[in-house]
Design a protein around this ligand. Structure first.
Ligand SMILES: O=C(O)c1ccc(O)c(O)c1
Ligand SMILES: [Mg+2]
Length: 604
């Protein structure tokens, strides 16, 4: 279907917005009145600019507080409308959004509202304009879509229809099935927005927290399917009021918006995209470090062995169980120390995975491989992390590991096989996100990789707010924790981490302790509270306390985890899951963050 976006969804001047919208491949725009009023461009300029960019002006909006008012106010409102019709003619826009009145002048009288809307539609038609009437969720007397439709139906004018807005409908928990009872040709416009589920005043929720479909918790795809079943054939138009997008780069937000609509059409069963190939696990995590010593020292002490060296690049392979870590010494920033630059994802069909990623506008990373290297495709996640699609060690398929020459002898100072610590694989990786790309990242992992986002959680950090949202494959085969940390000192202080899995956390912790691995100390107060909270047996609690192991549980299982100190931007976590525990120990994040701040101060 045709795709549109309201200018209010993007940052910048009207002209910048139009450029961004066109570049992302949209067919049209809704011009938000304030954007026009604040623009130095005349309506004719805007019309010409949009035409040059190949954009239709699908809607002009909003026209407020019109209906069900006393006669003298009505006259004034009709005069106000006439002046908007003139602006619209100059713009070349033929549909005006009228939102339900919030004015104290309006009376609770559907008959009068219908009569006034009929009058307005008659005036509009003289200008070749149509009126799309929308119920604001906080409208004074009309606040639901079915009520707005009843009034439109009663007004019975060919130039009058309704505008559906998924936020207003779903935020009030109205039943969207009723949309199918509206004749499709009377749905003049469809606005789409999602939002995180929040218990708050609906106006504040709408004006500050809307997001693109797929980023929040509303069933926008279901609503869209009902609307199309009703016979709606107009544009799918995003209308998102969001404090973050208002500040972010417009070009990038527009691409995020387009990705949202492409994925939404697929979810609603309206379009097919290349199939989703959900990654089945981690092939590797790649760390870059100019000075590898602190990092390889840490890997060795965690029980990793250096097993391979890349044939053509300064990259080493370190392994323990199914956990593989690449240490890359090319092109790293010396000041920030080791950082996580890429993640290898096990994929049953890397080519198909790349096709889907490209269709969803993910930047494909140019290959920098040598002539003999195994082909390896990668796309860039919103934070710049490169995601490689791999098939590791499958017979009949080239494996990225073929590019590594085995390192035969035991390397001095590192662990050999007898000295491993029980790490079985990578449980998850945690990737800090720039605060203004957090929603974009959740949608990216959901749409491109088919991972399911959890609800976002806000946790206390001693120096601010720590926001975390995990995305995971079915059955927890692949888990990525996205987070935003307060970072008064700038980007470089935010740390990434790799969580390693073990089947016996106590044995692993004792092993590492014996070897002098620098584990993050956890305050005694934490264990006093843990004892009180869960009534753990004293002996068990004593072991956790002794080994700085944190604990959590939910209805289906338990979670044990401890952390190493931070090296550069990176630290490691070791985790054990029992039963069906599917979380990440979020309850312990506050203690962990505080312990890391304490450790950092100690280091300084
Ligand atoms: O917040 C508002 O006022 C507003 C205006 C126009 C819309 O289409 C809408 O959904 C909300
Ligand atoms: Mg709206």
């Amino acid at each position: 279907m045709r795709k549109s976006i309201a200018t209010v969804s993007l940052s910048g001047s009207l002209s910048e917005k139009l450029t961004a919208v066109a570049a992302a491949g949209f067919d049209g725009v809704e011009i938000f009145e304030n954007d026009l009023i604040a623009s130095p461009l005349t309506p004719e300029d805007v019309r010409a600019r949009a035409a040059d960019l190949g954009l239709a002006i699908d809607l002009y909006q909003p026209f407020r507080d019109f209906e069900a008012v006393p006669d003298e106010v009505l006259d004034q409102n009709l005069r106000r409308a006439e002046s908007k019709f003139e602006v619209m003619e100059r713009l070349g826009a033929d549909t005006l959004l009228v939102c339900s009145s919030v004015s104290p002048d309006a009376v609770d009288d559907d008959g009068l509202a219908a009569e006034h809307l009929n009058l307005l539609a008659g005036r509009a038609r003289e200008h070749g304009i149509r009126i799309a009437y929308e119920a604001l969720a906080w409208g004074r007397h009309i606040s639901t879509y079915d009520h707005a439709w009843r009034v439109v139906e009663a007004a019975d004018h060919p130039a009058l229809g309704t505008c559906l807005d998924s936020f207003h409908i779903l935020s009030r928990a109205s039943d969207p099935r009723g949309i199918e009872e509206i004749p499709g040709e009377k749905i003049f416009f469809l606005q789409l927005a999602d939002a995180p589920l929040m218990a708050m005043d609906v106006l504040q929720w709408s004006r500050h927290y809307r997001c693109f479909p797929g980023q929040g918790g509303l069933d926008v795809a279901g609503l869209l399917a009902h609307t199309v079943r009703a016979g709606y054939r107009g544009p799918l138009s995003l209308e998102v009021f969001n404090d973050v997008f208002r500040q972010a780069d417009a070009g990038r937000t527009a691409v995020d918006a387009m990705r949202s609509l492409l994925a939404l059409e697929e979810s609603a069963g309206l379009a097919a995209l290349p199939e989703t190939v959900v990654p089945s696990g981690f092939a590797f995590a790649e760390l870059t470090a100019a000075d590898t010593e602190p990092l390889t020292g840490m890997l060795g002490s965690l029980g990793f062995a250096r097993t391979g060296r890349h044939r053509g690049k300064p990259v080493e392979l370190w392994e323990q169980g199914e956990a593989r870590v690449l240490v890359n010494t090319s092109g790293s920033d010396r000041r920030s120390g080791p950082s996580l630059a890429a993640v290898g994802l096990e994929s049953a069909d890397p080519d198909a995975a790349v096709r889907r990623a490209e269709t969803l506008l993910a930047p494909v990373v140019p290959r920098r491989r040598g002539a003999d290297d195994v082909p390896l495709d990668a796309v860039a996640a919103p934070d710049g992390t490169e995601l490689f699609f791999c098939r590791t060690g499958r017979s009949g398929h080239p494996s990225w590991t073929d590019d590594f020459t085995p390192v035969a002898a035991r390397t001095a100072g590192t662990a050999d096989d007898g000295d491993r610590a029980g790490v079985t694989g990578i449980d998850h990786v945690a990737l800090p996100q720039p605060w203004h790309h957090f929603d974009e990242a959740a949608l990216f992992y959901r749409s491109v990789l088919g991972l399911k986002p959890d609800e976002s959680q806000d946790l206390a950090d001693p120096y601010g707010l720590f926001r975390s949202r995990a995305v995971a494959g079915p059955g927890g085969t692949l888990r990525i924790a996205l987070n935003v940390a307060p970072s008064p000192e700038g980007e470089a202080t935010r740390s990434q981490h790799i969580a390693l899995a073990t089947d016996d956390i106590v044995a692993t912790a004792r092993r590492l302790r014996g070897r002098g691995t620098a584990v993050l100390p956890i305050p005694a107060n934490y264990y006093d509270d843990l004892g009180a909270r869960y009534g753990l047996p004293a002996e068990r609690l004593g072991v956790l306390r002794e080994l700085d192991i944190l604990y959590d549980r939910d209805g289906s299982g338990e979670f044990f985890h401890f952390y190493t100190v931070t090296v550069g931007r990176v630290f490691f976590e070791v985790v054990q899951r029992t039963g069906g525990y599917g979380g990440y120990g979020a309850r312990n994040a506050t203690v962990r963050l505080a312990a890391q701040h304490t450790a950092q101060l100690g280091a300084v």
